[in-house]
Design a protein around this ligand. Structure first.
Ligand SMILES: [Zn+2]
Ligand SMILES: [Zn+2]
Ligand SMILES: [Zn+2]
Ligand SMILES: [Zn+2]
Ligand SMILES: [Zn+2]
Ligand SMILES: [Zn+2]
Ligand SMILES: [Zn+2]
Length: 334
């Protein structure tokens, strides 16, 4: 049997309760109903009773569940009675009608369970302090405005693009993390940049200011470095020039030999007159071929006359000697 009469202890003025006591339980009528015999009971008390009995518990008259009627008048009276909060430490007093609301929404002594899912239980009056300490409470990143769990805030701030950070070069700048890269490559006075002669082997790196000083102080060193780079390049060029010359003279020699072998062969015209088989070239271009083709056939390249044999290289006269010779001439003229 489930009884849920109201405890008389919660009422401030117990002397008025006699009229509204539930005959089944031992408390005050809670959500009362009335039977045709005019006897009143809590709704849940009489429902439980009638599931095992079929008579009024007070007058024993036969009755069924269908005959129960809500007693709004009596319930209104009970609801207007002054009551205390369920928690002895709470000083709240008010109408019974407002008591449930007080417990659900206001009472500082109602036990709550953390809404963020950390599993903690605490009194409502401890809610704010729990929110501050709860690791799962949402907090707002002061840099980007995103909401993150308190436990993850440090992790977030370490990556937040809007978080203000100090320039790692110790230039004194404080700026949003997303601007740091541009700052270091463009504005940072302390960013270490390489010497512009790094390609010539200078290893110096430093701030803009110290690189400028380095340029002024290392003029000679840089010239020497550049010079040795140029020297190496020049040696390479000289080596390549010699290779070019060797290849050019080989080409001249091959051309000379080719011409000589052509000269030993009889000319194609003579072959045609003597009734010899036409060459592949003359078969492809019979008489009456397109004038342009004829023109092509008669290009000097095809029947080029033998060029004069390459002249023997002139003996190399050192420039100084040449000057001497010329100077000598001038002397003679004078
Ligand atoms: Zn009852
Ligand atoms: Zn009755
Ligand atoms: Zn309370
Ligand atoms: Zn919590
Ligand atoms: Zn952020
Ligand atoms: Zn900086
Ligand atoms: Zn340098």
């Amino acid at each position: 049997m489930e009884l849920n009469c109201l405890s008389p202890d919660i009422f401030i003025h117990t002397d008025t309760l006699e009229e509204v006591m539930c005959p089944i339980g031992t408390g005050v009528l809670n959500d009362p109903v009335v039977l045709p015999c005019q006897h009143r009971f809590c709704k849940s008390c009489i429902t439980a009773w009638l599931s095992q009995n079929s008579v009024c518990p007070t007058c024993r008259r036969e009755v069924s569940k269908q005959e129960l009627r809500p007693d709004d008048g009596v319930w209104k009276i009970v609801c207007s009675f002054k009551v205390k909060c369920a928690h002895p430490a709470c000083g709240w007093q008010g109408r019974l009608a407002d008591r449930e609301l007080h417990l659900q929404k206001q009472c500082e002594f109602t036990e709550l369970i953390c809404e963020f899912g950390c599993g903690s239980k605490f009194l409502r009056k401890e809610l704010e302090s729990h929110k501050k300490s709860c690791e799962l409470a949402p907090v707002v990143c002061k840099f980007c405005g995103k909401t993150v769990k308190k436990a993850k805030l440090g992790e977030h701030e370490a990556e937040c693009p809007e978080a203000v950070v100090e320039c790692p070069n110790k230039c004194g700048s404080r700026l949003a993390r997303r601007k740091l890269e541009d700052h270091i490559s463009e504005d940072c006075k302390e960013a270490r940049i390489p010497c512009k002669y790094a390609t010539s082997g200078c290893k110096f790196k430093g701030s803009k200011k110290s690189v400028a000083e380095h340029y002024a102080a290392s003029l000679e060193k840089h010239l020497e470095q550049e010079h040795s780079v140029l020297k190496v390049a020049l040696e390479k060029i000289q080596g390549l020039t010699v290779q070019c010359q060797t290849l050019a003279s080989r080409q001249t020699e091959l051309e000379r030999r080719l011409t000589a072998s052509k000269e030993r062969r009889p000319p194609p015209a003579a072959a045609a007159v003597s009734g010899a088989k036409p060459s592949a070239a003359s078969r492809r271009h019979p008489q009456g071929a397109h004038p342009r083709q004829q023109q092509q056939q008669s290009r000097p390249a095809r029947q080029a006359p033998a060029p004069a044999p390459a002249p023997a290289p002139a003996p190399v006269v050192p420039a100084e000697n040449q000057e001497d010779l010329e100077g000598g001439d001038i002397c003679k003229q004078q």
